[in-house]
Design a protein around this ligand. Structure first.
Ligand SMILES: [Zn+2]
Length: 355
């Protein structure tokens, strides 16, 4: 998506903008709660998505949108999974531009990769869902498949399932592999609902970043599972986040990493100045509030603008949080809805929830 007439905009005009939303986790079931009691609004979340698409379309300058994964909830009755995924995919199709999807654990609880990937038009290599795209020559987006090595989504006898189960057995002594009981500090990430980036994908990432460096491109890395412990709870971290970040830190081209999965969201700047932004879940928006946004991309900065409506009055909140470092700045219009403070009170670091 280049500029009209091939001329870069001047002044404060972004080079391009893109929409973001994550963890819609729609299901046609009554509202519920997470393991630790955070309310979940399974039917409302598709309305949040509808408003996101409407906002992006009304903006008229959103080049594409990113869905960071988990479009349908694991509690969706299995005989409804296919229809539920189709229904959410159709809502995304109402956006006037391309949508780049990521898969999450909840997607994989519902459908196998072989069905899921074509429904979401996810480019794949051997049904691994990693790919890259370049909306303008100066920027490249890398989408990682965090469930490449995973105990969910692959056939039971698939080498990637076997590798994942072996790792979980080594790292997590609990019978229930979604429980972090007894796991200490960052080891708490070794839970069944997380996963890892496999060796082939790591090699691919290295090649992409090498090429991006040669081409003088700035890179945004996207993965459903967060990549930095500073931006997420330990229980929602990629198993081999350290290996992925080692590859990323070999180069200077990656400026920001975007994730979902940890519903309360978070942000951090890591030791190499890479920004990590985990986006808040659409699923946990009480009716009348929203969690979605768009990112304005400039030559040396990204600005995240999130719309949150309080009590359905449609107000765009004022800037409540901003941060910057090095060559990239991410100004964040963060969620300050009532649910956020309630959520934080409810969150108990010793508990776990099914992200
Ligand atoms: Zn997830």
């Amino acid at each position: 998506m280049g500029y009209p007439n091939g001329v870069a905009p001047q002044g404060n005009q972004p080079l391009f903008s893109f929409g973001v939303i994550t963890d819609v986790q729609y299901a046609d079931i009554p509202d519920g709660r997470s393991f630790i009691g955070v309310p979940r609004y399974y039917r409302n979340s598709i309305l949040v998505l509808q408003r996101a698409v409407q906002k992006w379309n009304n903006h008229q300058n959103i080049s594409f949108s990113l869905n960071l994964g988990d479009i349908v909830d694991g509690y969706c009755p299995k005989d409804q999974s296919l229809n539920a995924v189709r229904k959410v995919a159709k809502e995304f199709e109402n956006f006037n531009g391309p949508v780049y999807h990521m898969i999450g654990n909840h997607c994989l609880y519902n459908l196998p990769r072989s069905k899921l990937l074509p429904l979401l038009s996810i480019p794949s290599v051997d049904t691994c869902a990693y790919y890259d795209f370049s909306p303008i020559p100066e920027y490249r987006f890398v989408v990682l498949d965090g469930y490449d090595i995973s105990a969910v989504g692959w056939p039971h006898d698939h080498p990637h399932t076997i590798e994942a189960l072996k790792l979980l057995d080594e790292k997590n002594p609990n019978v229930e592999k979604n429980s972090p009981n007894g796991l200490v500090d960052l080891e708490r990430r070794f839970l069944k609902f997380n996963g890892a980036v496999g060796k082939e994908q790591l090699k691919w990432l290295d090649n992409i970043l090498q090429d991006a460096t040669k081409s003088n491109q700035k890179v945004v890395v996207c993965c459903h599972i967060p990549l930095d412990p500073g931006a997420t709870s330990k229980e929602a971290l990629l198993w081999n986040y350290d290996e992925v970040m080692d590859v990323i830190h070999r180069y200077d081209c990656v400026k920001a990493c975007l994730g979902g999965h940890d519903h309360q969201g978070g942000h951090s700047v890591d030791s190499h100045g890479v920004h990590h932004r985990v986006l808040e879940a659409a699923l946990e928006c009480p009716p009348g509030t929203d969690a979605f946004g768009y990112i304005d991309v400039f030559e040396d900065s990204l600005e995240l603008l999130e719309f949150v409506f309080l009590n359905g009055n449609g107000e765009l909140l004022e800037l409540v949080n901003g941060y910057s470092s090095g060559s990239i700045t991410i100004m964040s219009y963060l969620t300050v809805d009532l649910s956020a403070s309630v959520r934080n009170q409810l969150l108990n670091p010793d508990s776990y929830q099914q992200y």
